[in-house]
Design a binder for this molecule. Structure first.
Ligand SMILES: Nc1ncnc2c1ncn2[C@@H]1O[C@H](COP(=O)(O)OP(=O)(O)O)[C@@H](O)[C@H]1O
Ligand SMILES: [Mg+2]
Length: 320
């Protein structure tokens, strides 16, 4: 579908790129044409096929997409658990393709925190909530009594912030799924990460409990300033964030931005959502399938540059 650029195109691009700041220079998370190929039984699966994504510091955003579209693959890469096949990925100034095993360990302890879908994967079953929260700090910190007291105090504060102070002395099997996930968020925040990653954290919970979990993420984002990326299937959760990015076939395809507006007639505040398509640096644009299907567009479309927009029309070259 994409045509190869001519030499003249390339020359033009090089000149333009030189004057432009580097892609994602001011973002906390930058994924630049990220590729991840898995080989299983001699068969190649392209889980990520040149994914571009920028996340600003302090953002709380959601990633959505069909099953198998590459969401978990991306999260595992950002979590430092997997390495991309090609492309570039940077989080808080760290190059995820150039980290040594030691850097990777430090990265997972200091830069990112994660919450998984399976509540059982987030907490150690034989430790209380307070112990689960102090453990990551203990691994990273000093042994002195003052240090220990400071960790216990921080654990108490985090559990309180997430509304599960009363669960401090309980083990995972003594709590509901929703309480366990909120404790899991406290564990993920214990090391004071710049980024919190959550892969379908409400997938095993009912919608009311999911709402509480989401409120906990929002609290963490607002009170601690942590940048948060949540993968979710839940439309209600996706509707709560300002920005939702859709992933399709291993690439970011569309993006919905929401902002509050005051209704000019009633004076009421309402949330206005608008859908955007991603435009990559080569000018490639993916049109939503519903749009192209509605107008019977395929293979080729007619383009016209207007003063303030670009018109995309069905190809009528075959008709007279
Ligand atoms: N370790 C792996 N080995 C082989 N294929 C994998 C592996 N992990 C994921 N895949 C494949 O990559 C694609 C994307 O998977 P995934 O990132 O888990 O999607 P999602 O989380 O959006 O459902 C799927 O086709 C999946 O089967
Ligand atoms: Mg997944």
């Amino acid at each position: 579908m994409t045509s190869n650029p001519t030499l003249a195109d390339l020359a033009g691009r090089v000149t333009a790129d030189r004057d432009r700041p580097a892609y994602g220079h001011d973002a906390l998370i930058t994924c630049d044409r990220l590729v991840r190929v898995f080989t299983a039984d001699g068969v190649e699966v392209q889980a990520l096929q040149g994914l571009d994504l920028l996340v600003r510091e302090g953002e709380l955003m959601a990633l959505v997409g069909a099953s198998g579209s590459g969401k978990s693959t991306l999260m595992n890469i950002l979590a430092g658990l997997d390495t991309p096949t090609a492309g570039a990925a940077r989080v808080a100034g760290r190059d995820l393709l150039a980290m040594t095993a030691k850097d990777r360990l430090a990265y997972r302890r200091e830069v990112v925190g994660f919450v998984w879908q399976q509540t059982s994967r987030n907490l150690l079953p034989y430790l209380t909530s307070a112990q689960n929260v102090t453990l990551p700090m203990q691994l990273a910190g000093r042994r002195s009594r003052t240090a220990r007291r400071a960790r216990a105090e921080r654990a108490r504060e985090l559990l309180e912030l997430l509304g599960v102070a009363d669960c401090a002395g309980r083990r995972p099997h003594e709590m509901s799924g929703g309480q366990q996930q909120r404790v899991a968020i406290a564990v993920a925040l214990a090391g004071g990460p710049s980024v919190l990653l959550a892969d379908e954290p409400t997938g095993e919970l009912d919608s009311h409990t999911a709402e509480q979990i989401f409120a906990a993420f929002r609290t963490a984002n607002e009170q601690l300033g942590t940048t948060i990326v949540i993968v979710t299937h839940d439309q209600a959760v996706a509707g709560e964030v300002r920005r939702t990015v859709a992933i399709r076939d291993g690439r970011t395809s569309t993006e919905v931005l929401r902002r509050s507006e005051v209704d000019a007639d009633t004076g009421d505040e309402k949330v206005v959502a608008r859908e955007y398509a991603m435009l990559d640096r080569a000018g490639r644009l993916q049109l939503p399938a519903e749009y192209t299907r509605a107008l019977g567009m395929r293979d080729r479309v007619a383009l016209e540059l207007e003063p303030d927009h670009i018109a995309v029309r069905p190809d009528d070259s075959g008709r007279e």
